[in-house]
Ligand binder design. Structure first.
Ligand SMILES: [Zn+2]
Length: 365
């Protein structure tokens, strides 16, 4: 006997997101759909379809949206992975000049063409794993001029890959040599009008951590975002509990990302806000980090998204199916919850509303 294709259907069409306590309202069952120009047209067959594909025995789901990657970057930090496995912490590596600084040196040494070629190859591999839209961040510049170059390269990458892309200016990733954290935020403040002509990104991002920036810098980044009409995202609570979630929610951040060490008492606040919780189980697994309270966030009704955190050091993983597997196993999520988090809700996280685009669709414009 032949099995029909299983089609994932949204709870209601036209939703911008679905809170995770409602994930079970999505439906996966036998069905069919019609597509035109790379987009899902309807969840039924079309009588004038030119091509019919029998997907019996397959699951038909929207293209995956990877809403948190660090593309484009140069090289890899595989030696650091060996050190971390042997017990050296990321903070120790970062303080010794490794981590982001090491990737910044590689970024500075590589030509534009080398960086774009590496990122294009990665994007092709991502497409083979079902990712049809992705976000990329700057942050390996560590100087105003190099961040400007990173924004330009991000824009160039968008024109070279099959996926829809958006770029985020992660201008506060690590504190550059010759600055303290306050002075670097001052420098960003002064340079931002010029930097925004290079990309231009629609979002600013900051890494709040013991080895990077603090909640006061998050507040300043929020003020800069508001002044320039940009959205705010933040890497928070990855290695330590800094209580950055209430600050980011108060600033109206579009997302808070990582959350492995978020305080339990902040879960209701985040779950009732419009700030998405972007969870990165690949980084948690490879870094032997704590596991984010994803089950509790989902039960409380947070807007949860999943992403790869694809980067050359702490999360060299680009496969969203792998991320789904980690989320299901380590978070105790249902497969529907994981699928919701890397399709509809991940699209919200970056306004990547082309999330329903199917593999092979080309970027419009
Ligand atoms: Zn990241």
């Amino acid at each position: 006997m032949q099995h029909a294709a299983q089609v994932l259907r949204p709870a209601v069409s036209g939703l911008a997101h679905l809170r995770h306590d409602r994930a079970a309202e999505m439906d996966s069952g036998p069905g069919e759909l019609s597509i035109a120009e790379g987009r899902i047209l309807s969840l039924s067959t079309s009588s004038d379809a030119r091509i019919r594909i029998d997907a019996a025995g397959c699951a038909v789901v929207p293209g995956f949206v990877d809403c948190h990657t660090h593309l484009p970057f140069a090289g890899w930090r595989e030696r650091e992975f060996g050190a971390r496995v042997a017990g050296v912490t990321y903070e120790e590596i970062a303080r010794a000049g490794g981590g982001i600084r090491s990737s910044a040196r590689s970024f500075a040494e590589a030509s534009d063409e080398e960086i774009l070629a590496q990122a294009q190859a990665a994007a092709a591999e991502m497409l083979a794993h079902g990712t049809t839209a992705f976000e990329g961040k700057t942050g390996y510049g560590l100087s105003v001029a190099a961040e400007r170059r990173a924004l330009k390269l991000a824009r160039a990458l968008g024109g070279r890959v099959a996926q829809s892309t958006v770029s985020t200016a992660l201008l506060a990733h690590a504190v550059p040599d010759g600055y303290d954290a306050d002075a670097w935020i001052d420098a960003i403040d002064a340079a931002l009008p010029d930097l925004l002509t290079a990309g231009p990104p629609d979002t600013l991002d900051i890494y709040v951590e013991s080895v990077a920036f603090g909640n006061d810098h998050l507040r300043r980044m929020g003020a800069l975002a508001r002044r320039h009409g940009l959205a705010l995202r933040a890497h928070v609570e990855q290695f330590s509990t800094n209580r950055s979630v209430p600050v980011a929610v108060e600033l109206g951040a579009r997302s808070v990302d990582h959350l492995a060490c978020m305080a339990e008492e902040d879960i209701p606040l985040l779950a009732s806000s419009d700030t998405a919780a972007v969870l990165l189980p690949g980084a948690e697994f490879l870094g032997d980090e704590r596991v984010a309270p994803a089950r509790a966030l989902a039960a409380a009704g947070a807007i949860c998204a999943l992403a790869s955190d694809f980067n050359p050091g702490t999360s060299p993983v680009l496969s969203i199916p792998t991320i789904i597997g980690l989320a299901v196993r380590r978070y105790g999520w249902t497969v529907l919850e994981a699928l919701l988090a890397c399709t509809l809700n991940a699209a919200l996280g970056d306004r990547l509303l082309a999330g329903a685009r199917l593999a092979g669709g080309r970027q419009a414009g």
